[in-house]
Design a protein around this ligand. Structure first.
Ligand SMILES: *[C@@H]1O[C@H](CO)[C@@H](O)[C@H](O)[C@H]1NC(C)=O
Ligand SMILES: *[C@@H]1O[C@H](CO)[C@@H](O)[C@H](O)[C@H]1NC(C)=O
Ligand SMILES: *[C@@H]1O[C@H](CO)[C@@H](O)[C@H](O)[C@H]1NC(C)=O
Ligand SMILES: *[C@@H]1O[C@H](CO)[C@@H](O)[C@H](O)[C@H]1NC(C)=O
Ligand SMILES: *[C@@H]1O[C@H](CO)[C@@H](O)[C@H](O)[C@H]1NC(C)=O
Ligand SMILES: *[C@@H]1O[C@H](CO)[C@@H](O)[C@H](O)[C@H]1NC(C)=O
Length: 604
C-alpha cells in the first residue's frame, strides 16, 4: 500500500512536470492520472491479445502504452487497429475523463458496447469491423462531444437509432451493416454539423424524414436496405442543397426524381434498383458538377436522359423510356406524361406505359382507329395529386373518367377548351373550387366532392352539364342517369371489348415475336453493377466492396439458359401488377399484362 501511494505521488509529480513543461494548465492532472491508470488497467484485463506493454498497474502514459496517446498525463486516445484484440470493452472507459478518441477498428472485440455515460471530451469512436453484439439504449447519452462514429460491420442485434443520437454533434457517422432497423428518425434538423452519414446494408424502412431538408449533409448513403427497405418519394432530396453524394440504390423509393437545381455541388447520384417514375429532370442531366449517375432498374419514363460525356452514366437498363435512344418522344407520350405528372407519376401507370405508342395498350388510354386518344379511364386507381391543366393538350379526348380516386385541387379551366369532350366523371374524389363552365354538350359527373358553393348544390349540377337533362340528379349515386347512362355504359363496354380483342391480337403477335427473337441479356446483372458502382473507392470503405454481391442471389433469377436473365425487380413489377385488383376491375387487366411483357421484350 505504501508502495502504491508512493507510486501515485511520483506519478503526480511527473504529471505536474509534464504539465509545467508542455501545457502549463490542466489542474486536475494528478487526480485524473490515477483514475486513468485504473481504467486502463481494467481495459487491459478485459482484453486478450492486448499489446505486451499494456501492464495493469503501470502508468499508461509513462512510458506510454503502445497505441495510447496522452496529454498532460491523461489518456486522450486509444488507437490499436487490426491486431486481433479480443475480449470486451469495460464501462470503466467512461472514467477516462480526458479521452478524446477510441480507435479500435478491425479487431475481434465482442460483447455489448459499453454504456459510456460520457465523457464529454470524447470526439471519435471507431469500432467498425469487430464482433460487438449489441448497442445499449443509452449509448449516445452524455457523449456531448462526439463528432465521428463508425460501427460498420458488427454482428449487432437489431437496434434503432435513439432520439439521443441527435444530441451528439456528429460530423460523420458510419453505421453500415450494423443491424439498424425501423424508420429513419425525423431528427436531422438537430444534427446541424452532419456532413456524412452512411447507413447502407441495414434494415431501415419507411420514408425519408422531412427534416433532411434542413440538414447540411453532403454525403448520404442509404443503399441496400434489407427487409422492407426505405420507401416513399425522394422529394426531400430536392431541398438538400449541400448534397454532393447520394446513394439510395436497392431500396423501394417511388415517385419522380425531384427538381435538383438547388443541389449545386451534386457529384454522385445513385438511385438504381428502386421504383422511381416520371421524367428525369434536366436539373439532373444538366448538373455541372455531376460525375456519376446510376438510374437503371426503375420505371423512369419519357425521353432517355442525355448526360454530358464526362459523366459516368448507367441509365438505360430496366427503365420505361419511350425509346432506347435519347430522342424526342411522340407528342402523345409527352402529353400523357404531363397528365401523369399531376398524379405524381403513379407506378401503376409507369409500369404499363412503356414504349412510344400510347395507343399500343397503355393502361387507361383508349384511341380511335386513327390513333387519336379519345378516352382516359383511371377510375378506382387510388390516384392522388391533381388534374393537370395540360390534360387539355390531348385535344381528341371525348371521355375523361377519374371517378373514385383521391384527387385534390380543382377541375382545370383548360378542360373547357377540349373540343370533343362529352363526359367528365370526377365523382368520388376530393376536388374543390368551382366547376368551370363547360359547354352544354359536356356531362360532368361530380358527386362526392367538395366543390365550392358557387357551382355545386342542387341546381348547379344541372348548369354544369347544361342541356343534358339526364345528368342533373347526380347525387342519387348517379343511378338516375337513364338512357344516356345506358348508352355511355354500352359504348364503354364495347370499347373495353374492343380493347380486350386488340390485346389478344397484340399478345399473340408479341408472343410470336418473342419466340422468334433470341433473348439477349436484358440488363446487366445487378451484382455486376453493384460491383462497379459500389466497389469504387471514392468513398473509401471496404464495406462497399465487400457488400457488392449481397443482393445478387435474390435479385436475379436465371432462367433455362444463362442468356435468359430477368431481374427480380422486373418480376416484382409484374407481380405488383398482378395483385392490382383494381386494374382488373376496370377492364384493363389484359392490357397491363401486355405492357409488362412488351417492356421485357422491348428493353432487350
Ligand atoms: C427487418 O425488420 C423487419 C421489421 O421492420 C423484421 O420483420 C425483419 O425480420 C427484419 N429483417 C432483418 C433481416 O433483420
Ligand atoms: C431552392 O431553394 C430556394 C431557397 O431556399 C427555394 O425557395 C426553392 O423553392 C428551392 N427550389 C426547389 C426546386 O426546391
Ligand atoms: C401543352 O400545351 C401548352 C400550351 O400550348 C404547352 O406550353 C405545353 O408544353 C404543352 N404540354 C405538353 C406536354 O405538350
Ligand atoms: C373505389 O376504388 C376502390 C379501390 O380501387 C375499390 O375498392 C372500391 O370498390 C371503389 N368504390 C366504388 C364505389 O367503385
Ligand atoms: C465516379 O465513377 C468513377 C468511375 O466509375 C470513379 O472513378 C469515381 O470515383 C466516381 N466518383 C464518385 C464521386 O463516386
Ligand atoms: C456485414 O458484417 C458482417 C460481420 O458482422 C460480415 O460478415 C458481412 O460480410 C457484412 N456484410 C456486408 C454486406 O458487408
Amino acid at each position: 500500500m505504501g508502495k502504491r501511494k508512493e507510486k501515485r505521488r511520483s506519478f503526480s509529480i511527473l504529471s505536474l512536470v509534464v504539465v509545467a513543461l508542455f501545457l502549463g494548465g490542466a489542474g486536475n492532472a494528478s487526480a485524473g492520472g490515477g483514475g486513468d491508470a485504473a481504467a486502463m488497467a481494467e481495459l487491459s484485463r478485459s482484453l486478450t491479445n492486448a499489446p505486451s506493454d499494456w501492464k495493469p498497474g503501470s502508468d499508461p502514459c509513462s512510458p506510454k502504452w503502445t497505441g495510447v496517446s496522452c496529454s498532460g498525463g491523461r489518456v486522450i486516445g486509444i488507437n490499436v487497429r487490426g491486431v486481433g484484440l479480443a475480449g470486451t470493452l469495460p464501462s470503466s472507459l467512461s472514467s477516462l475523463t480526458s479521452l478524446q478518441s477510441i480507435f479500435l477498428p478491425g479487431n475481434q472485440l465482442s460483447g455489448p458496447l459499453p454504456s459510456l455515460g460520457g465523457p464529454a471530451t470524447l470526439q471519435e469512436i471507431f469500432l467498425d469491423g469487430n464482433l460487438f453484439s449489441s448497442v445499449p439504449t443509452d449509448f449516445f447519452s452524455g457523449l456531448s462531444g462526439l463528432q465521428k462514429l463508425s460501427l460498420d460491420n458488427n454482428p449487432l442485434s437489431p437496434w434503432q437509432l435513439p432520439d439521443s443520437f441527435a444530441d451528439c454533434p456528429f460530423v460523420s457517422v458510419s453505421l453500415s451493416n450494423a443491424s439498424i432497423s425501423g424508420a429513419l428518425p425525423d431528427f436531422f434538423d438537430r444534427l446541424v454539423s452532419l456532413q456524412s452519414i452512411r447507413l447502407s446494408y441495414n434494415n431501415l424502412s419507411g420514408p425519408l424524414p422531412s427534416s433532411l431538408s434542413q440538414s447540411p449533409i453532403g454525403e448520404l448513403i442509404l443503399n441496400n436496405q434489407q427487409g422492407p427497405k426505405l420507401s416513399g418519394t425522394i422529394d426531400v432530396i430536392g431541398q438538400m442543397s449541400q448534397l454532393s453524394l447520394l446513394w439510395i440504390q436497392s431500396n423501394a423509393f417511388s415517385g419522380p426524381i425531384p427538381d435538383l437545381s438547388n443541389l449545386t455541388s451534386l457529384q454522385s447520384f445513385n438511385a438504381r434498383d428502386n421504383a422511381l417514375t416520371g421524367i428525369v429532370p434536366t436539373s439532373l442531366t444538366a448538373a455541372a458538377t455531376l460525375q456519376n449517375v446510376s438510374l437503371s432498374n426503375n420505371h423512369l419514363q419519357g425521353p432517355m436522359p442525355k448526360f454530358s460525356t464526362s459523366v459516368s452514366a448507367d441509365i438505360d437498363k430496366g427503365n420505361n423510356f419511350c425509346l432506347p435512344q435519347a430522342m424526342p418522344c411522340d407528342i402523345k407520350v409527352m402529353q400523357l406524361l404531363a397528365v401523369a405528372a399531376g398524379f405524381g407519376y403513379p407506378s401503376m401507370l409507369a409500369v404499363s406505359w412503356t414504349g412510344n405508342d400510347p395507343c399500343g395498350g397503355w393502361f387507361g388510354v383508349f384511341c380511335d382507329q386513327k390513333g387519336n386518344i379519345v378516352t382516359l379511364n383511371f377510375a378506382n386507381q387510388h390516384l392522388d395529386g391533381f388534374i393537370s391543366p395540360e390534360i387539355a393538350n390531348v385535344t381528341s379526348l371525348t371521355k375523361v373518367i377519374l371517378k373514385n380516386n383521391s384527387l385534390t385541387g380543382v377541375i382545370p379551366n383548360s378542360m373547357t377548351s377540349l373540343p370533343h369532350l362529352q363526359l367528365l366523371d370526377v365523382s368520388y374524389n376530393q376536388l374543390s373550387g368551382d366547376i368551370p363552365n363547360f359547354a352544354s354538350t359536356v356531362t360532368v359527373v361530380k358527386t362526392g366532392n367538395s366543390f365550392g358553393s358557387g357551382s355545386s348544390g342542387g341546381g348547379s349540377s344541372g348548369s354544369t352539364s347544361a342541356g343534358s337533362p339526364a345528368s342533373s340528379p347526380m347525387d342519387g349515386n348517379g343511378e338516375s342517369k337513364s338512357s344516356k347512362g345506358i348508352i355511355i355504359g354500352t359504348v364503354l363496354a364495347v370499347l373495353v371489348l374492343v380493347a380486350c380483342l386488340a390485346c389478344g391480337v397484340y399478345y399473340l403477335r408479341r408472343k410470336k415475336k418473342m419466340e422468334k427473337l433470341k433473348r439477349v441479356q436484358m440488363a446487366t446483372f445487378p451484382e455486376q453493377l453493384e460491383q462497379v458502382k459500389i466497389g469504387n473507392g471514392a468513398v473509401g470503405s471496404q464495406l462497399y466492396t465487400d457488400s457488392s454481391n449481397v443482393e445478387s442471389t435474390d435479385t436475379t433469377i436465371h432462367l433455362d439458359n444463362n442468356e435468359n436473365v430477368i431481374s427480380m425487380q422486373e418480376l416484382r413489377k409484374a407481380t405488383n401488377n398482378f395483385s392490382e385488383e383494381s386494374i382488373l376491375g376496370s377492364g384493363g387487366f389484359g392490357v397491363v399484362y401486355k405492357g409488362v411483357l412488351s417492356n421485357g421484350i422491348k428493353s432487350l
